[in-house]
Write a protein that binds this ligand. Structure first.
Ligand SMILES: [Zn+2]
Length: 347
């Protein structure tokens, strides 16, 4: 056993880490995960990017962003030989969360690449452990993880709740956040581009925020094949994608939200309808097929400018893509049950 945490001057020689592990039934335990991407587990540096401590995430009015001022991390860890492999073992809770996050990020990168999406432009990405954030973020306090579009940085916060599975350890939470990076990349062209819509008073802005959440939940639920991945951390039945969510309540529609003048918008209810549509396709086929349909739709939708960010146009692309994959009947039934208000015809 070699103790390096207090010295912190050379990497632990280990290509495995002790971290939270998701089991096939969706439960979690703490165990050994292969993580060769994290080549320096003491300083949280690896192929996916480096996590730094503190600093500031600033987001500008034009949607651009930056992360500055973080300092290098030193994770208190040791190496153990377990079942024939060298394992970096964190010696405090923060290290366990950070290793779990990094392993989850490696898992979602591999899973998304397996679906033919080139996410290389996103890497290496920055991670910020417990940073200061701009007032825009401060309005929506969180104790988990968030991806800052435009800045291409993952904001990581210590777990505030007494949860069975901390949010950073929950694969679905990190898959969801990475979904924001993928949706931003596919619709904006590069991780550093500002989002297409930055005019917070426009309907397109509210569509954008809901379609983002819908895609993020689609990616997490389909890659894990779990319609309720969040529940091991927080019970959120209103986000389960195997329920009968529909665009029936005008409060969730962008026109109403743009007019409300509310300081805090809730993009999730409308996003959950889109994620539930994708789950309907999974029920009619399988998770890989359903995700392929959604990825094809995002690519073909490809809004060129802010005014084109519109949920009806996106739904039309989804219906077209489902039809091309032989899922036209299921998609059309889901369209009628969930999106009747938008009156988008089936192809
Ligand atoms: Zn989200």
């Amino acid at each position: 056993m070699v103790l390096l945490g207090l010295i912190g001057c050379s990497p632990l020689a280990a290509d495995h880490v002790m971290a939270w592990v998701r089991d096939d039934d969706g439960s979690y335990h703490i165990g050994v995960r292969a993580l060769p991407e994290l080549y320096d587990p003491v300083h949280m540096a690896g192929d996916l990017g480096t996590i730094r401590h503190g600093g500031r995430i600033l987001t500008e009015k034009d949607g651009s962003g930056s992360y500055t001022g973080g300092i290098g991390m030193t994770v208190h860890a040791t190496t153990d030989r377990i079942d024939g492999v060298d394992v970096a073992v964190p010696l405090d809770e923060d290290g366990l969360l950070l290793y779990s996050f990094y392993a989850n990020l490696a898992a979602v990168r591999a899973a998304v690449e397996a679906h033919g999406v080139d996410v290389e432009p996103v890497f290496p990405m920055a991670g910020a452990w417990n940073p200061a954030v701009s007032p825009l973020f401060e309005l929506a306090p969180a104790d988990n993880a968030a991806y800052a579009t435009g800045a291409n940085v993952f904001m990581l916060l210590p777990d505030g709740g007494d949860r069975d599975v901390p949010l950073l350890a929950n694969e679905g939470v990190i898959f969801h956040e990475f979904g924001h990076a993928v949706f931003h990349l596919l619709t904006s062209g590069s991780p550093e581009s500002p989002p297409l819509v930055n005019d917070a008073a426009s309907e397109a802005f509210y569509w954008q925020s809901s379609l983002h959440e819908g895609f993020a939940d689609t990616l997490a639920t389909l890659l894990l094949d779990d319609p309720a991945f969040i529940d091991v951390s927080i019970a959120l039945p209103e986000r389960h994608v195997d329920d009968d969510h529909a665009v029936a309540d005008s409060d969730m529609l962008p026109a109403t939200r743009a007019d409300s003048g509310a300081l805090l918008d809730d993009p999730y209810p409308l996003g959950t309808v889109y994620a539930s549509f994708a789950w309907d396709l999974r029920v009619a086929s399988d998770a890989d097929t359903a995700l392929g349909v959604v990825l094809d739709a995002v690519r073909s939708w490809s809004p060129a400018e802010a005014k084109d960010v519109d949920g009806a146009a996106y739904l039309a692309a989804l219906l077209q893509s489902a039809d091309a994959a032989g899922l036209g009947d299921a998609a059309c039934a889901s369209n009628a049950a969930r999106f009747a208000v938008l009156a988008v015809p089936c192809p």
